[in-house]
Design a protein around this ligand. Structure first.
Ligand code: PNS
Length: 166
């Protein structure tokens, strides 16, 4: 299979995302990870920071590129000549949202299909939101994200606390 785009928020990237990227990199010639720049949301990390962390964590995968995007995922796919949008499926709770998104995308762009990889069992519970919550309460996040990302989360949280306390 040729090129796939893997869109997401990645705020921040977790071991679950990295597992999907690594496994998909064996099945597709080229993976372009699309980091959504969504002005309606207020992420913990800027889009530049999220891109930088993903670049660092995927630097050994020669057929993986990281880019930011805004707007529709199907347009991002078409701009890169990708006929596939890649998504990870963790549990039944993801299914309804993912199905709705895949079907919407299919109506928007009949030439772009969504391919799902089921998340490896050891990461099936994991989400960026949970990681941020655990870190926010001072919990250990080393099993959820790579060291560089864990450090970045701690720094961000410290800075936020500093701003609140001053
Ligand atoms: O990591 P996330 O937050 O689950 O990723 C969601 C994402 C970025 C894939 C989704 O929100 C998206 O595709 N946004 C771009 C806008 C779009 O294409 N919307 C139509 C599909 S419902």
């Amino acid at each position: 299979m040729a090129t796939a785009v893997y869109p997401g928020s990645f705020d921040p990237v977790t071991f679950g995302h990295l597992d999907i990227i690594r496994r998909a990199s064996h099945s597709f010639e080229h993976i372009i990870v699309g980091v959504l720049h969504n002005s309606a949301k207020s992420p913990l990390f800027s889009v530049e920071e999220r891109v930088k962390m993903l670049k660092e964590e995927t630097k050994t995968l020669s057929n993986v590129d990281i880019e930011s995007f805004s707007g529709l995922s199907v347009n991002f796919a078409r701009e890169h000549g990708a006929a596939v949008i890649l998504r990870g499926l963790r549990a039944i709770t993801d299914f309804e949202y993912e199905l709705q998104m895949a079907q919407t995308n299919r109506v928007l762009a009949y030439d772009v299909d969504t391919v799902f990889l089921t998340t490896s069992l050891e990461y099936a519970y994991l989400s960026s939101t949970t990681v941020k919550e655990v870190a926010g309460f001072g919990g250990d996040i080393d099993k959820f994200v790579p060291p560089l990302v864990a450090e970045a989360i701690h720094q961000k949280m410290q800075r936020r606390k500093g701003v609140i306390n001053h």
